[in-house]
Design a protein around this ligand. Structure first.
Ligand code: ZN
Length: 391
């Protein structure tokens, strides 16, 4: 299924969707910055040229401080009840490597997935909270005895969190296939109920599989990396120190164990969704590995969140590097440009005063100022960039 097909799906089966409200001022409170290559381990524009060190985070993870934590108070608490992978606020303590005590904060304290069943068309996708990425990276660097740099740890954690959240997308894609064949809503009903019911216990297969998927993804990406073993064991120690359900992720790293558990997960959800269907051994799902194929280009819907006016935002100088889409719209209108239509894929078509047109990325996040000169030129605007920014 391609992204454009979600429109078709929604018009044919509107009852499968449950529009979710976002916390008010969401994009006023956060910079939303696209991640260009979430599948890889390449250096990220956001962190490039930054002096990243463990600093205070190191002390906090090392267990010297036992303060109760709520990593970044993700986005407030106004989320619709129980969608899988929703942001979590963690009130426990961090557990130092090898120590005992309350669990480490799970991935949903650092990142989350907004499903298209709730957030299509604008905001569905994967979000990584920049502070959270830094936080977890400091744990990984510390856990690996600082034998990997913070820059490397940040890249590894970005891939790990993205892969974890993308498994929630794969689960949503599986639910969607059942909805298409049975013409009933399942994702917002039985899938969400099962997730909510099992969350926080070892029965929560979705989080175990999401962590396993993330560990497997990093393992593949690091195949030739000299520190591969060290990084993998640091991530595994984080997973094992995570809350029930999440902590089972290390059980399913091997292909056979992963597929087997995913089959059980599929069969359970199928049975809950479709009452009256014959119960079969979960191995029946082996004949349908595509059941968990994602919607194409989830990797084009991955963003960092940086809280505006935070010390991190100042340090990264994001205000100087990015412009919100809303501000860009306002400035384009002030420059006599007009919105024409949504383009194919992820672009919106705008027209300049002379009739020249330009596509603008419409993932609704912030626009890198480096892109702007090109856009202004394409729209036939002769105004200098600095003057445009003053509009
Ligand atoms: Zn999750």
């Amino acid at each position: 299924m391609a992204v454009d097909d979600i429109d078709t799906f929604r018009s044919e089966l509107p009852e499968a969707f449950k529009p979710g409200a976002l916390p008010s001022d969401w994009d006023r409170e956060w910079h939303v910055i696209e991640i260009a290559d979430p599948d890889g381990l390449s250096e990220d524009d956001l962190w490039r040229d930054q002096q990243i060190d463990v600093g205070d985070l190191w002390e906090r993870w090392s267990g010297i401080s036992e303060d109760a934590i709520a990593p970044t108070d993700p986005i407030g608490t106004e989320w619709p009840d129980t969608f899988p992978g929703r942001p979590r606020i963690w009130k426990g303590r961090r557990q130092p490597h090898g120590g005992s005590g309350p669990a480490c904060p799970p991935p949903e304290c650092f990142a989350f997935y907004l499903p298209f069943h709730f957030y299509y068309p604008d905001w569905w996708g994967v979000y990584l909270i920049a502070e959270g990425v830094l936080e977890l990276a400091s744990y990984i660097a510390w856990s690996a005895n600082r034998q990997i740099s913070m820059h490397e740890a940040v890249r590894v954690v970005r891939l790990f969190l993205y892969a974890h959240e993308s498994f929630h997308h794969l689960t949503e894609a599986f639910a969607t296939r059942l909805e298409v064949t049975h013409r009933s809503p399942f994702f917002t009903t039985t899938f969400a109920q099962q997730y909510a019911k099992s969350y926080g216990t070892n029965a929560c297969q979705e989080e175990a599989l999401a962590n396993a998927h993330a560990l497997r993804t990093v393992k593949r990406a690091l195949r030739k990396h000299p520190q591969s073993k060290l990084v993998q064991s640091a991530l595994a120690s984080y997973v094992e120190a995570s809350p029930p359900g999440y902590s089972l992720g290390t059980r399913y790293i091997k292909e056979s164990a992963f597929v087997e558990e995913r089959c059980r997960f599929a069969e359970l959800n199928q049975n809950l969704a479709i009452t009256g269907a014959a119960k079969k051994d979960s191995s029946i799902w082996r004949v349908f590995p595509q059941a968990f194929g994602g919607i194409s280009r989830i990797n084009s819907r991955v963003n960092y969140l940086v809280r505006r006016n935070s010390s991190l935002a100042r340090r990264l100088s994001v205000d100087a590097r990015y412009l919100t889409y809303r501000d860009l719209e306002r400035k384009l209108k002030a420059a006599q440009c007009a919105f024409i239509r949504s383009g194919k894929g992820s672009h919106q078509i705008w027209q300049g005063p002379t009739g020249a047109r330009a596509p603008i990325p419409n993932h609704r996040g912030d626009i890198h100022r480096g892109l702007l000169s090109g856009i202004l030129k394409q729209l036939g605007l002769s105004i200098p960039l600095e003057a445009f920014l003053q509009l």
